[in-house]
Ligand binder design. Structure first.
Ligand code: ADP
Ligand code: ZN
Ligand code: ZN
Length: 690
């Protein structure tokens, strides 16, 4: 803060009042915002917005206070009061009650209370009340388990680094007890008077992580995430800012928590794409974590059973020290439980055998065994809805969204076709809109179809479904997962929502219904994502004393992504996939950036993209960037129509050595220069390539 400034006086506005008694943005975060401004080519204001809760920016929410009554009389005073006012039964009642301790005024008789206050027998004061997020409510204290040798080694290496700072990749197979390692590290940091941040992909999907951390750290822990009410978030933010809460758990944006003296930052399931923001500012929480850890000389831990290829590559020898991560491995599950056995089922064989069900004979049989044994099963399919597309058998017409260039998904429970990109709906056609035939067929499977198939084959089994459609309401996630944990339901069908971090001891069977669904998407990460998904879901099985079984159904059983996932062999996958990326010149060996142009006028959008291509080509030639360019072209985006807007992209692939920031900054300018009616959006390292 300062009393003087270099600006001309007419530019300086008087301060009306301070929003908070203390600075809202800590100096370290201020510097971070500056850095983000350069790194992500975003406005400073956009970066700062991430660091100040909206409640503070708008000033709508206040501390929630309650009025509390306090007795001003001692024992003798009470006797005297009763003797003097024998008929004031209500007042005497209140006095008796307050004798045991202060009480909120709301529950007391207000007239009697007022009388007491007037007599000076009772005083009223304001007490601040903390709104407690639901996830933190249970206050069980959990004792420490004895660490496995691998865990102990990991904890030692990490805590040793607390004095100097350090960066680690904790690569531990599913069920290896990574959370326990985090907990011990955090505890050590707290003992040193420091603080900690734990990032998880999505709070609602990681209720266990939250309850475990809370079980160990109690009121020291705070949660930050988007589903909190405005009041809850505000209160949590203030508890953090004031130093009352020293462990922050949250999704992506919790990385901006106003903690001081950070000792460790943990990014769990670091491979998740949700750590990258898909709107401005397009930051990567892992990168911010890296930066903040450096500023605090803290320990950074990226944890995963299936690290991103780009992350794992940083652990290799030859990586420059400033980019390097130290690798710590947990190769064993806790209590030396075996990894689940995975069986690949070739679905082409099923079709030949006349099985038209979406379940192979094998999966159906295993489900039977699992349910007969009183165990639970999880069935995973990475698509919601019932049928993934609707088509005419006679002419091949596929029903598409009028606003987007994608096929409509049939949702049985609502009897509707639904676009998964823009949300628009329409009733399913009875006859083909193109040729008029009545041969309308439903193809492909989603969660609703799997649910229906379980109900058909096992009418006695109670099934629950977890996908975006069933989790719209607040706390819906929690309710579905709690019911499954209690054993109210026996089969849980779901999308990737059920793939992550869940730990259900009674689950002995995991079925991956359509493993290759994500394999052939137009994205260089599609194999990596498929591998991660299968490995992660497979890891949900056999996490307690009963061994787990996994059945993976696929039409492509020889694909290395599927094979390595079935073998749960990350190293083999990494070796193969990184070699492919190197050959095909894909990230992390190159950097991809694009400007997506969108607008109503298709011709104008196209012209803009082509002009942008010419401009950037000229820039590349003039500024000696040509040799760094692998690819530079304008083309229609993979989804050419989205929410009624036509889309073209200026796609650029650069060698790693290139001055990416300079090129990106030129591209940002090109994006901003789009003519009226066209929007240009720069994406460096795009989260997805649609
Ligand atoms: P991961 O995240 O590596 O998949 P988790 O952290 O979910 O593994 O741990 C798996 C299970 O093992 C949890 O139920 C956890 O409470 C338990 N666990 C972790 N460490 C130990 C240990 N040392 N002894 C006994 N149980 C443990
Ligand atoms: Zn037709
Ligand atoms: Zn649509």
């Amino acid at each position: 803060m300062t009393d003087a400034c270099a600006l001309p006086p007419e530019k300086v506005k008087p301060v009306i009042k301070a929003v908070r008694p203390e600075p809202v943005v800590l100096p370290e975060l201020m510097a971070l915002a500056d850095w983000m401004h350069d790194r992500y080519l975003c406005n400073l204001v956009d970066a700062l917005r991430l660091m100040i809760p909206s409640e503070l920016r708008g000033g709508r929410v206040r501390e929630k206070t309650r009025r509390v009554a306090h007795l001003e009389l001692d024992g003798a005073g009470i006797d005297e009061f009763i003797a003097k006012n024998p008929r004031a039964k209500k007042q005497i009642g209140i006095v008796e009650r307050l004798r045991a301790g202060d009480v909120e005024t709301a529950v007391l008789d207000s007239a009697a209370l007022k009388a007491l206050e007037k007599k000076g027998a009772v005083s009223i004061y304001l007490s601040e009340q903390r709104r407690t997020p639901a996830a933190l409510s249970d206050d069980a204290h959990t004792p420490d388990p004895v660490l496995m040798p691998g865990q102990a080694r990991a904890v030692e290496a990490l805590t040793d680094a607390l004095s100097t700072g350090g960066r680690f990749l904790l690569h531990g197979v599913t069920g290896s007890g990574k959370t326990e390692v985090y907990i011990r590290l955090i505890r050590q940091a707290l003992q040193m008077g420091r603080t900690a941040i734990v990032l998880v992909p999505e709070i609602a999907l990681t209720p266990q992580m939250v309850s475990w951390l809370h079980g160990r750290f109690g009121a020291d822990a705070a949660v930050l995430h988007s589903a909190l009410s405005a009041g809850e978030r505000f209160d949590e933010w203030r508890r953090i800012r004031s130093g009352a809460a020293r462990v922050v758990i949250g999704a992506r944006s919790a990385i901006f928590a106003p903690l001081q003296n950070i000792g460790c930052i943990i990014v769990d399931e670091e491979h998740e794409s949700s750590y990258q923001s898909d709107h401005r500012p397009r930051y990567d929480a892992r990168e911010i974590a890296w930066h903040r850890a450096e500023a605090h000389r803290a320990v950074l831990v990226l944890g995963s059973a299936t690290p991103a290829i780009a992350t794992y590559m940083r652990t290799e020898r030859g990586v420059r020290p400033e980019n390097r991560l130290k690798l710590i491995e947990l190769r064993q599950r806790v209590k030396d439980r075996p990894l689940p056995e995975v069986e690949l089922v070739d679905m082409r064989g099923e079709f030949d055998k006349g099985n038209r069900s979406i379940f192979s004979a094998r999966l159906a049989q295993e489900l039977q065994v699992c349910l007969d044994g009183g165990h639970q099963a999880m069935l995973f399919i990475n698509r919601r809805g019932h049928s993934t597309f609707v088509s005419c058998r006679k002419c091949g017409y596929v029903v598409k969204c009028g606003q987007c260039d994608v096929s409509m998904t049939y949702h049985q429970s609502e009897e509707q076709l639904r676009c998964h990109y823009c949300g628009s709906t329409m009733p399913p056609p009875r006859t083909c809109p193109q040729c008029g035939s009545a041969y309308i067929k439903y193809f492909g499977a989603g969660t609703q179809k799997v649910e229906a198939e379980v109900a058909r084959l096992f009418p006695q089994a109670r099934v629950a479904r977890m996908d975006i459609d069933t989790t719209q309401r607040k706390d819906a996630h929690q309710r579905i997962l709690d019911a499954f944990r209690r054993g109210d339901t026996y089969v849980l069908v779901g999308t990737q929502m059920i793939a992550k971090g869940l730990d259900f001891p009674n689950v002995t069977l995991v079925g991956v219904v359509a493993a290759d669904m994500t394999l052939n998407l137009p994205d260089f990460r599609s194999v990596e994502r498929t591998f991660q998904l299968i490995t992660q879901v497979a890891g949900r099985a056999g996490r307690a004393d009963d061994p787990g079984r996994v059945v993976v159904q696929t039409y492509d059983p020889d694909h290395y992504g599927i094979r390595c996932a079935a073998a749960q062999d990350y190293r083999a996958f990494y070796t193969r996939e990184s070699a492919n990326r190197r050959l095909a010149l894909y990230p992390p060996f190159t950097v991809i950036a694009r400007v997506v142009f969108s607008g109503k006028d298709e011709e104008l959008v196209k012209r803009t993209a082509l002009a942008a291509e010419a401009t950037l080509n000229e820039y590349a030639d003039r500024h000696g960037v040509r040799d760094d360019v692998v690819q530079l072209r304008a083309a229609e985006a993979p989804i050419g129509l989205l929410r009624g807007e036509h889309r073209w992209q200026l796609f650029v692939k650069l060698y790693f050595r290139a001055d990416v920031e300079a090129v990106a900054s030129r591209m940002r300018q090109i994006a901003d220069d789009a003519p009226e009616g066209v929007r240009g959006e720069l994406e460096v390292d795009p989260v997805n390539m649609i």
